[in-house]
Design a protein around this ligand. Sequence first.
Ligand code: NAD
Ligand code: DAU
Length: 354
Amino acid sequence: MILVTGGAGFIGANFVLDWLAHSDEPVVNLDKLTYAGNMQSLQSLDARSAHHFVRGDIGDRVLVESLLREHQPRAVVHFAAESHVDRSIHGPGDFIQTNVVGTFNLLESVRTYWSALAPEQAQAFRMLHVSTDEVYGSLQANDAPFTERHAYEPNSPYSASKAASDHLVRAWHHTYGLPVLTTNCSNNYGPYHFPEKLIPLVIHNALAGKPLPIYGDGLQVRDWLYVGDHCSAIRTVLANGRLGETYNVGGWNEKTNLDVVRAICAHLDAAKPKVSGSYADQISFVADRPGHDRRYAIDASKLSDELGWRPRETFETGIAKTIDWYLNHPQWVDNVTSGAYRDWVHQQYAAQAR
Ligand code: NAD
Ligand code: DAU
């Protein structure tokens, strides 16, 4: 079995669903259920005994070590993090606590477990750390995309905290021999994406008749990858990645924010036309994000050349799937945006604690 951290978040939930669609190998899913964790995303697994959910913090050494001893996973896949750049600007403390201190504690728990394994299990064991392209900083328009050898130059509290966690993971490999793998991925989009991030926020606001906020001039560039392709990259690296190596993951899909928002509006105009005008009429330019990185672009050729991974979706096919998913799941969006989901978590776990 494998232990997944943060498996109720956007990418983690997609990964758990994808994993159990491909295999019967059980998953222990450890998630603190912060505002970003959502059990609704995992509802289709309610009948699957292969999914075992535990609410808890990656920094809780007693809990994590007891889970590892009890379930004896062959791998840990580490998604849990605070992930939103804007929130990191307003309140960096949680980012340091979970992304840096939490990852440190998780590494120590995993090291304790791994050190006690029999030689054969210890040799087969892997810890895969899921990270971001933001650790490399910002590119100029004509710079080559980030390779794994690019210097770390994080610019936001979020990216600095992820960079710190990458360094810890690297050091635990070099110093203690912990069998780690790291992936650094570009911007994901797809189902179950919390509507604080650009793509789900724009879909949600467009349908609600609200403004579509574009930071600054909207010409910042991101390299978009459909979340299912990120999941397949992680499965590939976990299965065949070389120990201690990092692999960049990206979609070869560089787009300006304005182009992304216009593409969403065009798709919605066709799928769910407004009474008059276009959704693009709702575009509204707002103040820029402080320290806003201008461009990210990933060179994923190491992953594709060494391990044969390629994304299946283009931006056009991926965004069409994503918008269709949001149109067909209004309840999921209503629950996360209305606060009903938060109320449910509170009631559910308060009742359980009695
Ligand atoms: P998310 O914010 O949607 O989900 C994070 C999950 O982690 C939530 O379920 C939350 O409850 C859980 N969590 C937070 N703190 C925790 C703690 N202390 N203990 C246990 N669980 C905790 O994030 P996401 O977008 O799914 O990102 C997942 C990972 O992928 C992160 O490490 C992020 O840095 C990385 N990443 C994200 C993207 C992207 O575009 N979203 C791209 C590249 C890498
Ligand atoms: O690159 C990978 C990273 O992608 C991940 O590590 C992060 O966890 C993830 O949140 C994402 O970070 P970004 O800051 O790039 O994503 P976000 O969706 O917040 O913003 C995408 C771009 O859109 C960015 O240039 C800011 C801009 N933006 C965002 C919002 C929410 C707007 O113009 N308006 C908005 O309202």
